[in-house]
Design a binder for this molecule. Structure first.
Ligand code: ATP
Ligand code: MG
Length: 555
């Protein structure tokens, strides 16, 4: 229970505490119920951390349940991706379940409702059913089949199951109240005929139960105590309770709703994510720009930082938008603690150190993490020609530019003080090389005469550098709420990916493991891409929030 003390409480945990105190429950059982029709995204992470986090903190249980009652859109691939993502986030389910496991039981519950006069087979067309549902102001109209004889409904329902009718010819509806102010209670459809192959039950079934019928009964069958879902299901709660009451299940879970995570500058609707993938606006579901868990993993987010983010945003009943900076700051904090420091030059400019011996190579000691000496040191080779960042030189530099310009002295990280003495230009006048001199007394980065320099820059030795490609990722959208725009694709950020081809890295990075996190000193946090054979690094986040200013202007 130690971990619980560090976790923020919230209204759901308060309900659970009260249920345990009153003796309503003696243990807690939750579930995470994704539909296997896409990859999980950061919104799902919130639900995962909530459901699995509660089970962990209360010594309870949490199932992973695939809500697979819509065979049109569901695929095996998604199921496997979902399991991988939940595990990567650090959670393990008590049992893996599938709503389709319950098709037989659900059918029997439907039969019971028919026999009790609580459900009937309606033979109206889908359109007629829709048109007679009424509006928020007007009650619906009862179906002419509403008072169909119980035995007749039962026989027809059996024949629906046996495949005697065509798709859409009949449906099974609950008999509740066509005048209910809650439209969900106006005789909702419980079963429809649909000849679609199901990825688990094959062609066994031609009728499929609807979500509102399936979900509550699946919860009850599994003995779930608290069925946590997002706010859009609040209006479905009376139906959730009605079905369980009429079905007479011994267990009656409590549905509790919370606000969905909405993150600025991205979309978290699976439909929109599908569109991005299928219309090739991104490379794949795990494109590092995607808000999917797999995309974020490939981008270099750690699972700890995602869990931390979910803790920070908390759980409420009020919809609100979360700034992307909150997520990025969680990543920065975690990576700042754990990422190894290395030197990498993104846009190289060659420097020749005139007074350095031609063939000399020195192995200089560099710290892997200045704040964590226990993370050790490594050796970085230094020689007469090095690469520095093109941005660290400026020809007509203002006084406040503390990096290199002719006549200015800077510190090369872990190496020496160097002073720029001259530049070499190409025919077009572009600076292609710097000439510097170094002070041999300043090895390690300090001057014995107490002379100070204001700038420290990173570098790599030309002869030892390894080549790599680097992907600089940024927000996928320039619109704070792209989902609300008429055409969200129009608001994609044209600079969401900048590919750098000729980056120069210190040699220790030749052995970088895919998925290992680094801080490239002064430039950001990076991870070796897990798909590419070649040496490719993805930028997870910059060192500082470069969007803060832009966001302020837009606010
Ligand atoms: P989408 O609209 O993107 O398809 P969904 O809610 O239909 O999302 P499911 O696979 O049914 O996706 O979701 C599984 C669980 O994750 C549900 O309990 C759902 O409420 C929760 N969930 C989905 N999106 C979010 C979100 N943005 N914030 C919090 N929880 C979410
Ligand atoms: Mg859904």
């Amino acid at each position: 229970m130690d971990e619980k003390e560090n976790v923020q409480t919230n209204f759901i945990r308060n309900i659970i505490d009260a249920d345990l105190a009153s003796g309503k429950h003696t243990s807690v059982y939750t579930r995470f119920p994704p539909e296997p029709n896409g990859y999980l995204h950061i919104g799902h992470a919130k639900s995962i951390c909530l459901n699995f986090g509660i089970a962990r903190d209360y010594n309870g249980k949490c199932n992973l349940r695939f809500d697979d009652t819509n065979p049109d859109k569901e695929e095996e691939e998604y199921m496997h991706a979902i399991m991988e993502d939940v595990r990567w986030l650090g959670f393990e389910w008590t049992e893996e379940k599938h709503a389709s496991d319950y098709f037989d039981q659900l059918y029997m519950f439907a039969v019971k409702l028919i026999l009790d006069g609580k459900a009937y087979v309606d033979s109206q067309s889908a359109e007629d059913i829709r048109n007679t549902r009424g509006t928020l102001k007007q009650p619906g109209q009862e179906s002419p089949f509403r008072n169909r004889d119980i035995q007749e409904s039962l026989g027809m329902f059996q024949r629906m199951k046996e495949g005697e009718f065509t798709d859409g010819e009949h449906v099974l509806r609950a008999k509740i109240d066509m005048a209910s102010p809650n439209i969900n209670m106006r005789d909702p459809v419980l079963y429809r005929i649909k000849r679609t192959h199901h990825h688990r039950t094959g062609d066994d079934w031609v009728i499929y139960p609807m979500y509102d019928f399936t979900h509550c009964l699946s919860d009850a069958i599994e003995g779930i105590t608290h069925s946590i879902c997002t706010l859009e299901f609040e209006d479905h709660r009376p139906l959730y309770d009605w079905v369980l009451d009429e079905a007479g299940t011994p267990c009656h879970p409590q549905q509790i709703e919370f606000a969905r995570l909405q993150l600025k500058y991205t979309v978290t609707s699976k439909r929109k994510l599908h569109q991005l993938v299928h219309d090739n606006h991104v490379d794949s579901w795990d494109d590092p720009r995607m808000p999917t868990i797999s995309g974020m993993r490939r981008r270099g987010f750690t699972s700890a930082s995602i869990r931390d983010f979910c803790d920070r945003i908390g759980v409420t009943k009020k919809d609100s938008f979360i700034e992307m900076a909150v997520l990025e700051n969680s990543a920065r904090e975690d990576l700042n603690e754990h990422a190894l420091r290395v030197m990498a030059v993104l846009k190289p400019l060659k420097v020749t150190i005139e007074n350095y011996p031609d063939d000399q190579v020195e192995m200089l000691e560099a710290q892997n993490h200045p704040q964590h000496p226990e993370m050790g040191t490594r050796e970085v080779p230094f020689a007469k020609t090095i690469f520095i960042e093109r941005e660290d030189f400026m020809e007509d530099a203002p006084k406040k530019f503390f990096r290199l310009t002719v006549g200015r002295e800077v510190r090369l990280r872990y190496a020496y003080y160097v002073t720029c003495t001259d530049v070499i230009k190409d025919d077009s006048g572009e600076v292609i090389e710097l000439i510097c001199s170094y002070d041999p007394e300043t090895r390690g980065g300090d001057s014995p005469d107490g002379r100070k320099v204001k700038g420290t820059i990173h570098w790599v030795s030309v002869q030892h550098a390894i080549d790599a490609k680097i992907n600089l990722y940024d927000r996928l959208f320039t619109h704070p709420d792209p989902g609300s725009a008429e055409n969200f694709i129009e608001h994609m950020n044209p600079d969401s990916l900048i590919k750098l081809e000729q980056c120069k890295l210190e040699p220790s990075l030749a052995e970088a493991d895919p998925g290992k996190h680094y801080q490239f000193e002064r430039t950001g946090y990076f991870v070796r891409d897990s798909h590419e054979e070649a040496l490719v690094f993805n930028r997870t986040v910059t060192l500082r929030d470069t969007w803060a200013k832009i966001d302020k202007q837009n606010a």
